[in-house]
Design a protein around this ligand. Structure first.
Ligand code: NAP
Ligand code: HSE
Length: 323
């Protein structure tokens, strides 16, 4: 008889918009995941700030406020709490002991990704962050893996769901800017600190991660020329509409002989026929131009708990196979 493998223990750090969707799907799909992995994937615990709050669908016995103790006894650590700390220290500790880590934390990866990847490589662990860029749309897999044998020339996209939702609502339905921002928050699209979205910092982090994936160069957050959407006026929206154009927050990365890579995030007024002008609501789009492949376009849900959970869970299975 083939001896059965012991369950893999998964620590879920965070049970907010993304984490609660991950917890639900882990439970619902547990048999399918066990079949795929050849062993059960057991949710060892869920770290949150407030353990007293009712969390539908999550066994209260799994809740803990001691994220470090939970992460220390897991094979796979899933960080969806956000923020630089304690997320950074928790991920660093897990990687130092050779664990597999999955995160959706684009600010942390944009700032410390190379250092954390080096830790993972030293200790034989793994760091997976497909969910950090464009949520459900598997752009890192395409840029880093599928195009590894090609030569990427440039990347251009709408990579922030909440600001796209806001711009769309203001332009098409005349909803006041502040109301549109509130609605984006209700849909779970905004960061804990919404200025990250509105000032373009979330998009900046994503284009940095994409540029590194495309060219393997040391691109930093400080390299990005960033302008957000909070300075847009009614006149800007009216002007764009009058020209049959639409305002979008566009992130670009291009090779540059002097600087290596030029990275930029700014609102742009785009003609309606531009594919970037056509994405609605929380949808994201990325255009990747490569020498042999030519132009590629990836479109899909760029924010939201369930949508982001799709990417997190893909990484969880990839990570679990390496345990
Ligand atoms: P969220 O709704 O604010 O949830 C954060 C969760 O982390 C909450 O459960 C919170 O606990 C917990 N938490 C925060 N600090 C903690 C600490 N120090 N110790 C223990 N638990 C802590 O955030 P989210 O929208 O799910 O986003 C999570 C991450 O995913 C962020 O890095 C974000 O950038 C990324 N992301 C989000 C989306 C999206 O559409 N929302 C998409 C892609 C990536 P309490 O519940 O007790 O407050
Ligand atoms: N706040 C982010 C956005 C979530 O609006 O795109 C997805 O990364």
């Amino acid at each position: 008889m083939v001896p059965s493998l012991p369950p893999l223990r998964l620590a879920l750090l965070g049970a907010g918009t993304v984490g609660s969707a991950v917890a639900h799907r882990l439970h619902e799909r547990r048999q399918r995941y066990a079949d795929a992995l050849g062993r059960p994937l057991e949710l060892a615990g869920v770290a949150v700030r407030d353990t007293g709050r009712d969390r539908p669908g999550i066994d209260p016995a799994l809740l803990t406020s001691d994220a470090a103790a939970l992460a220390a006894r897991a094979d796979v650590v899933v960080e969806v709490m956000g923020g630089l700390e304690p997320a950074g220290e928790l991920i660093g500790s897990a990687l130092r002991r050779g664990a597999q880590v999955v995160t959706a934390n684009k600010q942390l990866i944009a700032r410390r990704g190379p250092e954390l990847e080096a830790l993972a490589a030293q200790a034989g662990g793994g760091l997976h962050y497909e969910a950090a860029v464009m949520a459900a749309v598997p752009v890192l897999a395409v840029v880093r893996e599928a195009l590894a044998g090609d030569e990427v020339l440039g990347i251009r996209g709408v990579v922030n769901g909440s600001t796209n939702y806001v711009l769309d609502l203001v332009a098409r339905e005349g909803v006041p800017f502040a109301d549109a921002v509130r609605q984006a928050g209700e849909l779970g699209y905004l960061e804990a600190d919404p200025t990250e979205d509105l000032e373009g910092l979330d998009a900046a982090a994503k284009i940095v991660i994409l540029a590194r994936a495309a060219w393997g160069l040391p691109v930093a957050l400080e390299d990005v020329a960033v302008t957000g959407i909070s300075g847009l006026t009614d006149a800007d929206f009216a002007g764009a509409a009058g020209r049959d154009e639409v305002l979008k927050l566009v992130a670009t990365a291009t090779r540059d002989d002097q600087r290596g890579v030029r990275v930029e995030v700014a609102p742009r007024s785009l003609p309606l026929q531009d594919p970037l002008a056509q994405v609605r609501g929380g949808t994201n789009i990325l255009e990747v131009d490569a020498v042999s492949a030519g132009p590629l376009r990836l479109v899909g849900a760029g924010a939201g708990g369930e949508e982001t959970a799709s990417a997190v869970l893909g990484d969880v299975l990839r990570a679990a196979r390496r345990c």
